[in-house]
Design a binder for this molecule. Structure first.
Ligand SMILES: Nc1nc2c(ncn2[C@@H]2O[C@H](COP(=O)(O)OP(=O)(O)OP(=O)(O)O)[C@@H](O)[C@H]2O)c(=O)[nH]1
Ligand SMILES: [Mg+2]
Length: 152
């Protein structure tokens, strides 16, 4: 047997072995599984007390609603992930208690957020008036977040 034939025979044997062992990736015949992208987006919820910030967050993350009011003392935090095509998007939601005493924690909620929801209660005009002030203060800590106005 000449050298060319020997070489061909060796190649065929190696190929056959790869099929038998299921290892057919040596020559990149099979595509590798696609890597999953992950993105984390921070969203802030800001507005006067009792406008429904925590309720909105809990509804979005746990799909439940509680009629009993529990005041947020400081900052609440929840997260929810969704998949779009090959990307896992995790929303981290930061919810600031609306009483004036918690305003010093506004930087925690506003900084690095990609979006801020300014919320008010349609049945209380004062909560809409406050939005201007919340917006002004939040902008002081974050000039790039996309602002949304939402009422309940
Ligand atoms: N009718 C009605 N009630 C709501 C709605 N959203 C929330 N509530 C009620 O309003 C009250 C206050 O809701 P919260 O979500 O706790 O308000 P919050 O803005 O987080 O209040 P703080 O934590 O004090 O800042 C609760 O009794 C809720 O059940 C809504 O869309 N409609
Ligand atoms: Mg709350």
């Amino acid at each position: 047997m000449d050298t060319d034939s020997q070489l061909q025979q060796q190649q065929q044997q190696a190929q056959q072995q790869r099929y038998q062992t299921g290892n057919n990736t040596a020559n990149n015949d099979q595509p590798l599984p696609e890597e999953k992208n992950t993105v984390t987006l921070k969203v802030g919820l800001i507005g006067d007390a009792q406008v429904g910030k925590t309720s909105l967050m809990v509804k979005y993350v746990e799909n439940c609603f509680d009629e009993v009011y529990t005041q947020t003392l400081g900052v609440n935090f929840m997260e929810r992930s969704i998949n779009i095509k090959n990307t896992e998007i995790t929303f981290t939601i930061w919810d600031l208690g609306g009483e004036a005493e918690f305003t010093n924690m506004l930087p925690l909620v506003a900084s690095d957020a990609v979006a801020v929801l300014f919320m008010f209660d349609l049945s209380r005009k004062s909560t809409l008036n406050s939005v201007k002030d919340w917006y002004r203060q939040a902008r002081g800590f974050n000039r790039t977040a996309i602002p949304f106005l939402r009422f309940n």
